[in-house]
Ligand binder design. Structure first.
Ligand SMILES: *Cc1c(COP(=O)(O)O)cnc(C)c1O
Length: 461
């Protein structure tokens, strides 16, 4: 084995196709409905006509495609070259600090211009919109990572971008807003008076801090009432988004070949599930087709325990019940999460694919509290130098725990995790951790029961 740290690829080795897991899903779609997208009003399967009011047609076709490999359009691949291939790094200094026999690798997506994995899908979605003559995208953002990615992508393809940003983040984290505006996007704190739904939320609670569910409702309303001028873009959860992210795992596969190793455990944090899915699915494909026995661990916050405590049921994608209904692990569409620092992990639902795979036992899930994740983040930063995003720190901490288990058991496993982004815009959170102001929050079971009491009753015909 080499003594290399970094496993890099040539630009020419950026994958030419994404991996579409649809044909390989181990569970019957009719049974588990991982691919059922229902109209929020009629609760009947959504027609392409309904969905096309929201999304570019190309995106909808990807969602239902049964082709295993989908070619990455050349203009998208060209923009990927600005930062891809991203490095796979052996965390030798962390291994040493932990004194573990485990081999730890991380794929670093923080090298993108906006500092996370999110442009991998933003670029593709903006390209489709441009091709179909769409004038603008509306979207929501929590902490601002998705908003910055889409703002950059829209700017590259010369279309407008209107972002509804969860108000509490808009007020507390101005730098992400400035970044979006730098790319030319318009940013509105949500709830706002620009939409009927926003007005109704404000009428009930003028001090509403907002939530992703509310911001999605506003962005969806702005799109559907625009006479086809605007479409809506979502940065996670949906099948095509996870598929666009597989560029991450596909690169990692090639890099592991160069390292002459193969992961026993693959770890990622989960918000809506896109960075985890994008990293894990190409390895899962090997489990399905080549009999490898890699374990997959999805890591979520105890403050938003979608996979570990949510219900696996049909639910709306947003608070206003205007976004499509899908079957997923959910904390309920009315869920308003506590203000933990991993803003990107606060969505009430989970990607239907991830939910189904978890339900089927193909992937494991654990929940970690934010104090222990920052503990892991600091350990990582002090060993490897990179300051991880609070979201990614969930994967970091889970990896450290796995590596320590290896030490206890005296086994040398290969552990790979996706370092989905850097934490340079989250230093206020680090400041709180460093000065003992960070609290542990576990979402109460009673609240979960309450929020999941009014899920839609769906009968699939
Ligand atoms: C948005 C975000 C996440 C969570 O979203 P997923 O769709 O689950 O990947 C994780 N890490 C970072 C850095 C993010 O920006």
């Amino acid at each position: 084995m080499s003594d290399q740290y970094k496993f890099t690829l040539e630009e020419s080795e950026i994958p030419t196709s994404w991996y579409n897991i649809n044909p390989d899903m181990p569970v019957n779609p009719a049974e588990t409905a991982w691919n059922a997208v229902l109209h929020p009003g009629t609760q009947e399967p959504a027609t392409p006509e309904f969905l096309s009011v929201l999304f570019p047609m190309k995106f909808i076709m990807e969602a239902v495609s049964m082709d295993r490999w989908i070619e990455i359009p050349e203009p998208v691949r060209d923009i990927y070259k600005l930062w891809r291939p991203s490095p796979l790094i052996r965390a030798r200094r962390l291994e040493k600090a932990l004194d573990t026999p485990a081999h730890i690798y991380y794929k670093y997506e923080g090298v993108s211009p906006v500092g996370s994995h999110k442009p991998n899908t933003a670029i593709a979605q903006a390209f489709y919109a441009k091709e179909e003559g769409v004038k603008a995208f509306t979207t929501e953002t929590g902490a601002g990572q998705w908003g910055s990615a889409l703002a950059m992508a829209c700017n590259f393809f010369d279309i407008d971008c209107h972002v509804y940003m969860v108000k509490v983040s808009y007020e507390q984290k101005p730098y992400r807003r400035v970044m979006m505006e730098t790319y030319g996007a318009e940013v509105t704190p949500s709830p706002s008076d620009k939409t009927q739904y926003g007005q109704s939320v404000l009428a009930e609670n003028p001090d509403s801090p907002g939530s992703l569910g509310i911001a999605i409702s506003e962005a969806v309303e702005a799109a559907v009432t625009s006479d086809g001028k605007y479409k809506y873009s979502l940065g996670s959860v949906l099948g095509p988004v996870l598929m666009h992210q597989t560029v991450v795992g596909l690169e990692a596969l090639k890099q592991f070949e160069k390292a002459d190793e193969y992961p026993d455990v693959v770890i990622g944090c989960v918000g809506g599930g896109s960075n985890f899915g994008g990293f894990a699915f190409p390895f899962l494909h090997k489990n399905f087709t080549e009999g490898t026995k890699t374990r997959f661990v999805a890591v979520e916050p105890t403050a938003c325990p979608t996979l570990t405590k949510g219900k696996y049921a049909f639910d709306y994608g947003d608070s206003a019940k205007s976004a499509p209904i899908v079957k997923m692990h959910t904390l309920g569409h009315s869920f308003v999460p506590p203000g933990i620092h991993a803003g990107g992990l606060r969505y009430h639902g989970m990607a239907p694919h991830i939910s189904s795979l978890h339900d089927n036992g193909d992937i494991e899930a654990i929940a970690l509290d934010q104090v222990s994740t920052f503990e892991g983040a600091l350990q990582f930063a002090r060993a490897e130098g990179i300051v991880p995003a609070p979201e990614s720190s969930h994967a970091v901490k889970a990896t450290i725990d796995e590596a320590l288990k290896c030490k206890e058991e005296g086994t040398s496993k290969v552990i790979a995790f996706n370092l989905s982004g850097h934490g340079f815009f989250d230093l206020a959170a680090y400041d709180e951790y460093l000065h003992d102001n960070l609290v542990i929050y576990e979402y109460p079971q009673a609240e979960i029961e309450k929020a999941t009491a009014d899920l839609p009753e769906v009968q699939l015909g």
